[in-house]
Ligand binder design. Structure first.
Ligand code: MG
Length: 310
């Protein structure tokens, strides 16, 4: 039987660029817009306990929540300009905060904030942007300058560190380590399923005069805690690769200005999911973890896939 969906044939707007991509979209589900009304959406995270998505509306300094049962709600107003999110090893929610120049922790409902880390060698971070948690409980996050340089995304301020890094924080010991300064403006990050690789995007091109980089780097993870052999994994156009996530087979789902680009671990772009608004970040969620939630400018979108997120 012939392939019912040959490469490069659009299906609900999705563009397959490689025959290997057909299996990802086997359900044929369309892209849906779930909610709108934000100014700049970032940092979605799936909350399994409440079957909901939390995400940041950075310029409005709030976190929004969407669930199928209750629709859109404001989770909390006045969150110190949060950006990226992750769940931690103890079931909390980690928030990258431009306003506090810190990574802080809450429960899954609004409440007390615990600042986990806000300095490296005595100097304040720039503005933590995105965060992932490794299986050993360590917290890895990026620290570009957007909260300092973009007036509506923080309180401004002066950089105390002389560069932008990816940091590894061990909550068991309190140790903070700068694991790489290779990306000029490190932004999104994710481990490969086996945690042998760390992907980090560089979005320097997003701000005029800060550099041409719009790529995703990949690093080897050495002894579970250091990075080596940094090299460019893929150049992403149009726009920049902001946040991204990885599925259980290692494919990368990255933001771009025209939608979500799906890349094979070998670097091949497999497919494009066009989104009507500029995409900031994505996360997997849903009961089967096969829904890709897409935070894109004013709105939250979703598409059901035939693969599962890490
Ligand atoms: Mg980001």
């Amino acid at each position: 039987m012939a392939d019912p969906w040959p490469a490069k044939a659009p299906r609900d707007g999705i563009v397959l660029l490689d025959p290997r991509a057909a299996a990802i979209f086997a359900s044929g589900a369309p892209l849906r817009r779930l909610a709108t009304g934000a100014r700049w959406s970032e940092g979605p995270v799936w909350i399994d306990e409440s079957q909901s998505v939390l995400w940041s509306d950075i310029p409005n300094d709030r976190i929004l929540r969407w669930s199928a049962s209750e629709g859109l709600a404001v989770w909390q107003q006045g969150v110190e300009f949060t950006n990226g999110h992750a769940r931690d090893a103890s079931g909390g929610v980690l928030h990258c905060s431009h306003g506090l120049r810190a990574v802080y922790r809450t429960g899954i409902e609004p409440g007390a904030r615990t600042i986990l880390v806000d300095r490296y060698r005595g100097k304040r971070f720039n503005s933590p942007n995105d965060v992932v948690v490794k299986s050993d409980g360590t917290i890895w996050f990026t620290d570009p300058p957007y909260g300092l340089l973009v007036a509506e995304e923080g309180h401004g301020g002066v950089a105390e560190l002389d560069d932008c890094h990816v940091f590894r924080f061990d909550p068991a010991t309190g140790d903070v380590t700068a694991v790489t300064g290779l990306p000029h403006h490190p932004n999104g990050l994710a481990f490969s399923p086996d945690e042998a690789l760390l992907y980090v995007s560089d979005t320097a091109a997003a701000l005029p005069g800060h550099g041409p980089q719009h790529c995703i780097f990949v690093f080897d993870v050495v002894a579970g805690e250091r990075l080596a052999n940094g090299r460019v994994f893929a150049e992403i156009t149009p726009g920049v690769p902001d946040g991204f996530r990885v599925d259980t087979d290692g494919r990368i789902y990255t933001s771009a200005s025209d939608g979500v680009h799906v890349l094979d671990p070998d670097g091949t772009t497999l497919a494009l999911i066009p989104v009507p608004e500029k995409v900031g970040n994505v996360c997997f969620g849903g009961a089967a973890r096969n829904t890709l939630f897409i935070a894109a400018s004013t709105s939250l979108y979703a598409i059901e896939l035939a693969v599962r997120g890490c």
